[in-house]
Design a protein around this ligand. Structure first.
Ligand code: KIV
Length: 286
């Protein structure tokens, strides 16, 4: 089923929770949506899991456009949401609209996501008024990692929890179609979810949200050392990848690969895309 902001909004309060997963390239985009993900988030977590940075701050708008285009090319029915990276929307509503425009026009996103609460409500309103759907993101907002003193659970104290409840309402009023709740107590996430009419999508925010999001590399277990409390690894792909590559190294060194079935003996043999299954292109020569 083709997902749109309307199909996602209609899942508010539904027993069928919204599934969002991050994606950064076309191959994963196809795999993830075919496995059932409703929303592909081109997260600025790309800075950490793909680019190797310690946090998301170094990610640029050009980086996000590049990865969003790749995800948009590889997906056909998921909703593609792209993150506006650090300092590309907090200066003014005009800057926010210009940055959102690039992700939509050059990146081919269907919606954009911004981190922040009441302080960005005017920018959210301006982007939405221009016809661009916006997903909000409050709680542990990674672009503010230094201001927060680290990747720490937010809203534990009454005052902070009250602020987050106000932020959620302000973002709904500004026109967000959905709201990510990251790193907050489950009871607070439940209160916020009940208090607004747009779906909440949680990460480290307990089971009462309308949907959940995880970073695809994390849920696939590509980094054996990253095991925070909120994460469930559904596979240990680091083992599979490591075993496969060790095997390849051994076979190449021992002269086992390539064997005759991987070799072209006839001088006229052609590598022809027409012989490959539909949708698959020859990618052997770069
Ligand atoms: O950048 C990201 O991947 C995110 C999700 C973890 C919500 O913002």
């Amino acid at each position: 089923m083709k997902q749109t902001v309307l199909t996602i909004q209609a899942r508010k309060g539904s027993s069928s929770k919204i599934v969002m997963v991050t994606a950064y390239d076309a191959t994963f985009a196809g795999l993830l949506e075919n496995a059932g993900a409703d929303v592909l988030l081109v997260g600025d977590s790309v800075g950490m899991v793909v680019q190797g940075h310690e946090n998301t701050i170094p990610v640029t708008l050009d980086d996000m456009v590049y990865h969003t285009r790749a995800v948009a090319r590889g997906s056909h029915h998921a909703l593609v949401v792209a993150d506006l990276p650090f300092m590309t929307y907090k200066e003014s509503s005009v800057q926010a609209m210009q940055s959102a425009t690039r992700l939509m026009q050059d990146g081919r996103a269907h919606a954009v996501k911004l981190e922040g609460g009441q302080e960005i409500a005017d920018s959210v309103h301006a982007i939405v008024a221009a016809g661009i759907p916006v997903m909000g993101h409050i709680g542990l907002t990674p672009q503010s990692v230094h201001a927060l003193g680290g990747f720490k659970v937010q809203g534990r104290k009454q005052e902070a929890a009250a602020l987050l409840r106000e932020d959620a309402i302000a973002l709904e009023e500004a026109g967000c179609f959905a709201l990510v709740l990251e790193g907050i107590p489950a009871s607070l996430a439940a209160q916020i979810t009940r208090s607004i009419n747009i779906p909440t999508i949680g990460i480290g925010a307990g089971p009462h949200c309308d949907g959940q999001v995880l970073v695809c590399y994390d849920l696939l277990g590509l980094n054996p050392h990253f095991k925070p409390k909120f994460l469930k690894q559904y596979a240990q792909l680091h083992e599979n990848v490591s075993d496969a590559v060790k095997n390849y190294c051994e076979e190449v060194r021992a002269g086992i690969f390539p064997a005759s079935e991987h070799s072209f003996d006839e001088p006229w043999a052609a590598i022809n895309d027409d012989d490959l299954p539909e949708g698959i292109r020859y990618a052997g020569s770069h």
